[in-house]
Design a protein around this ligand. Structure first.
Ligand code: ANZ
Ligand code: ZN
Length: 860
């Protein structure tokens, strides 16, 4: 028997597929259509094992759908704009475009080596004007429809480099290059009105049955619909302050319990509106807090202490995580707020850094016992902490410890609310507020509009011109695309578009006077919000053809990393709905099925001196270079920082594409992490060789092997079901079993048929060896165009069963009998069992109970 020469077969079949455009999807096909898509890669330099795993899974499904007779769209492209290209430009003086296209060439070649059934005729790169020009047109369509607007918004400002930083460039509140403390600055920026679709995006989640529950939940939380109470606190200036001369504002002010007077215009405000989702906790309130940008804080800013505090609040980045973990800071304004249910109860009013201006009303009341931020704040400033929701048998007002109680319970220490559960108490408070006219129930959304402006070069230029007379003017359609200038420099920080000598100087499209181009570019998430539509249809003169795109969409199965569970998927869902809103595409949800795969992990190694070592630097527990013993670190996601990556291309060169693909599918359930190991890939390689020994030796033979026939048909059906459910590791296990059964079977017509069918069953997973065997067996056409073997349902059922024989309920024997054997025959067989005869001791049983195909119980 010959050996399977994987490298030769890989190259030969990949060339055939390419030459014949085997995987080019036909828009006009009469077959049912299926769109299989994996998240397109960022061209960072080389493909990594995570890509290999992701694309292998998608490929198995795509090939399987073809075998089911479907017209499959399985495209590939490049999410090619983004910061790493600019970083490379800054660090190495290369042009971002050159760097990107070189990476694309490398990675395309690497992907091709894996034999993916991709339609390369539809390849696209988002940094190509032929792509982003259409994106600009769509942006302007949304602008015309009122779904795009401009407003002031905070950015991360690096005061040393004098540049705007992306969130990723802010590390522990400091600029990644300069190390300077980052400030929040306001800039005029472009926004997409995703909040107009908040309700739809939330409701739509209900229809996404083929999405993981956890992703739907993450989206739901991100959209964050909350129902609550909005109401006004009356503000007062305590008498001591009003009377005191020059005492000003103090940060140690404690509330006065004398009846307060309404505020005479301090800071210009007499009341403060707050929003709460927990009106039930109103009797646990111990302070009121406003955002640093709130009019009350701003109105007090002529006091230098307040101004200094507001400035301090603006330090630090803009990410939610950063805001969450920042130290809580407060400034006591000296004002007090009257409790809505008790005119004698005054709450101190603080300016606090954890209150955001653009959520709710920018002001809150704090309930430390039942909100963690409030508790951190109250402990720091020594404010009262009163329990108002019972926690099991803890119902007393005194709340100890530093962990807020946010669970369920009955209201306590809360006057007329006592004894109610949280929901009833919420309703009661909202009811009183509405009846008494000081507040009303409302809905708020956590979702913000999508800020798409980036002050960067390597992105889609926003197609707007600013004119002193006409304002923001859309670039006319016949002047699209607005192309990025090539001649840019990265030697100084900031946006090269803004610094470019000529690019931004244009005439106003409306009045013809000198005007300026917008120099912001679009967030790269815009690029990935519609690429799947462009894959489905890519005419030259417009972004897509409606009917053609609709014939493919929605994507039947989308596969990618869970790190995109929120933003990318939400933005793509929004973009799709926005296009539907303006009549461009009648699709509600872009991705009918979603699967998020696990990561590829590897052991980590550390040298005696504590450096990370790559797998190539280690042999038999020692560092090759020094001969010193290494320490084994944890098994972690492959990453450059831990040096535990394995380059897929080297592995493909060594073992062939099929072995790599097989290993990617075999060891773990696809949603879990897969640990890369040398022994794993070797095992996969041996399996491929085992397949070849069967394929290579197949010969006509006589005779039937019923057991093998059954095994084969069960495998055909089982593997189909597993692929359908994306449970590839289960399919792999079934194939191991079938191969073992074939290996053990004596030559027969059944065995020969099983080997021929096996070629087709493994084809989605190991397509190269399958093509090779298919051709060697003289079959017609390509296996890539073959159909999935048919299942004989009669062979799916076992025709023998093993039943239990009990005497007085105790197991005495088992019998293997034909399925569905008649009761009398089963009874006779049981009575003939030597074990049963011995236990019955020659006496006939008093009663015989037969459960067909399961058991016989003899009562003695
Ligand atoms: C009193 C209270 C008591 C609250 C309690 C929570 C727990 P979600 O559910 O995310 O919508 N909040 C309101 N506006 C805020 C703002 N601009 N900045 C920071 N926090 C703000 O959160 C709503 C809750 O977040 C509101 O309910 C409010 O605190 C706070 F035991 O009011 B709560
Ligand atoms: Zn003008």
């Amino acid at each position: 028997a010959s050996r399977f020469n994987a490298l030769k077969a890989d190259a030969a079949w990949q060339k055939v597929w390419e030459d014949r455009a085997t995987f080019a999807a036909r828009d006009d096909s009469p077959k049912p259509k299926s769109y299989v898509l994996e998240m397109f890669p960022y061209p960072s330099g080389k493909i990594h094992m995570g890509h290999v795993r992701n694309y292998t899974m998608g490929d198995v499904l795509a090939r399987f759908r073809r075998m089911q007779g479907m017209e499959v769209l399985h495209p590939m492209g490049w999410d090619a704009f983004g910061m790493p290209a600019e970083n490379a430009a800054m660090e190495r003086g290369v042009h971002p475009g050159g760097w990107t296209y070189e990476n694309i060439a490398t990675m395309r070649a690497q992907l091709k080596r894996l034999g993916f059934a991709l339609d390369w005729t539809r390849e696209l790169a988002t940094c190509d004007p032929a792509y982003y020009g259409h994106e600009q047109a769509l942006f302007l369509d949304l602008y015309a429809a009122g779904l795009v607007y401009r407003k002031e918004s905070a950015v991360n400002w690096d005061p040393v480099d004098m540049t705007v930083l992306a969130n990723e460039q802010v590390i522990d509140g400091r600029g990644w290059r300069s190390g300077a403390l980052v400030e929040r600055r306001k800039l005029s920026q472009w926004f997409l009105k995703i909040t107009d679709f908040a309700d739809e995006l939330l409701d739509g989640l209900g229809s996404l049955e083929k999405w993981p529950d956890k992703v739907r939940l993450m989206q739901e939380n991100w959209i964050g619909k909350s129902v609550g109470l909005q109401f006004r606190f009356v503000l007062n200036l305590p008498s001591r302050l009003r009377e005191g001369s020059g005492e000003g504002l103090s940060s140690t002010q404690t509330p006065e319990h004398s009846l307060p007077q309404p505020l005479p215009q301090a800071g210009g405000e007499q009341s403060v509106e707050v929003f709460t989702t927990r009106p039930d906790t109103i009797f646990g309130a111990s302070f009121v807090a406003v955002a640093a940008d709130h009019p009350i804080a701003q109105g007090l800013a002529d006091n230098p202490q307040v101004a200094a505090f507001i400035a301090r609040c603006k330090q630090g980045g803009t990410t939610a995580a950063e805001l969450e973990t920042q130290e809580k800071l407060g400034f006591d304004t000296g004002l007090t707020a009257t409790h809505p249910f008790d005119p004698t109860w005054q709450l101190p009013v603080y300016i606090a850094n954890f209150v955001l201006m653009d959520y709710g009303t920018g002001a809150v009341f704090g309930v430390p016992a039942h909100d963690q931020r409030d508790l951190d704040f109250a402990r720091k400033y020594d404010l009262p902490v009163t329990r108002v929701v019972g926690d099991g048998d803890r119902t007393d007002p005194l709340f100890e410890g530093n962990e807020a109680y946010t669970g369920p319970g009955a209201l306590v220490n809360s006057r007329f609310l006592d004894g109610m559960d949280i929901d009833a108490a919420k309703r009661a408070v909202i009811g009183r507020a509405e009846a008494e006219g000081w507040g009303h129930g409302t809905t708020v959304w956590r979702l913000r509009d999508w800020g798409v402006s980036r002050q960067r070069y390597w992105g889609t230029p926003i197609p707007i011109v600013h004119c002193d007379d006409c304002g923001a003017v859309a670039v006319p359609a016949d002047q699209l695309p607005v192309v990025l200038p090539e001649d840019v420099s990265f030697d100084i920080p900031g946006n090269p578009l803004d610094r470019h000598p000529t690019w931004k100087h244009v005439d106003c499209p409306a009045c013809g006077k000198p005007a300026r181009r917008e120099t912001d570019t679009l967030d790269t998430f815009v690029d990935s919000s519609w690429y799947f539509i462009r894959f489905a249809s890519q005419p030259q003169d417009k972004p897509f053809d409606k009917a053609v795109a609709e014939s493919w969409l929605p994507v039947a199965q989308y596969i990618g990393g869970v790190e995109h569970a929120i933003l990318h998927l939400l933005y793509a869902r929004f973009w799709t709905r926005a296009l539907r809103h303006i009549g461009k595409l009648d699709v509600a949800e872009p991705f009918a099925g979603l699967f998020t795969q696990g990561m590829v992990t590897h052991e980590t190694y550390k040298s005696a001196s504590g450096k990370w070592l790559s797998p190539e630097e280690v042999r038999d527990g020692t560092e090759i270079a020094t001969g010193e013993a290494i320490t084994l670190g944890r098994i972690e996601k492959m990453s450059k920082s831990k040096k535990n990556t394995v380059d897929p291309t080297g592995i493909v060169d060594q073992y062939g594409a099929d072995a790599v693909r097989w290993f990617m599918l075999s060891d773990s359930p696809p949603e879990r992490d897969l640990q890369w190991s040398e022994s794993g890939i070797e095992g996969a390689w041996r399996f491929v060789q085992r397949l070849w020994r069967l394929f290579d030796a197949v010969e006509p033979a006589e005779g039937q092997d019923k057991a093998l026939d059954r095994k084969l048909h069960q495998t055909i059906a089982g593997v189909a079901g597993d692929i359908e459910a994306l449970q590839f590791n289960k399919a792999v296990a079934k194939l191991y079993e079938l191969v073992s059964a074939i290996e053990k079977a004596a030559p027969s017509a059944s065995r020969t048929a099983a080997i021929r069918a096996l070629v087709r069953i493994v084809a989605p997973m190991t397509p190269h060896i399958a093509e090779e065997a298919w051709a060697a067996m003289g079959a017609e056409g390509l296996i890539a165009d073959a159909l999935w073997p048919e299942v004989d349902p009669a062979l799916l059922v076992e025709d023998e069963v093993t039943i239990a024989i009990q005497v007085n309920g105790k197991l005495r024997d088992t019998l293997t009998i034909p399925r569905g054997m008649a009761r009398e025959a089963v009874e006779a067989a049981a009575l003939a069992s030597p074990n049963v005869l011995r236990v019955l001791d020659g006496k006939p049983p008093r009663k015989v109970i037969v459960v067909p195909d399961r058991l016989v119980n003899l009562v003695a």
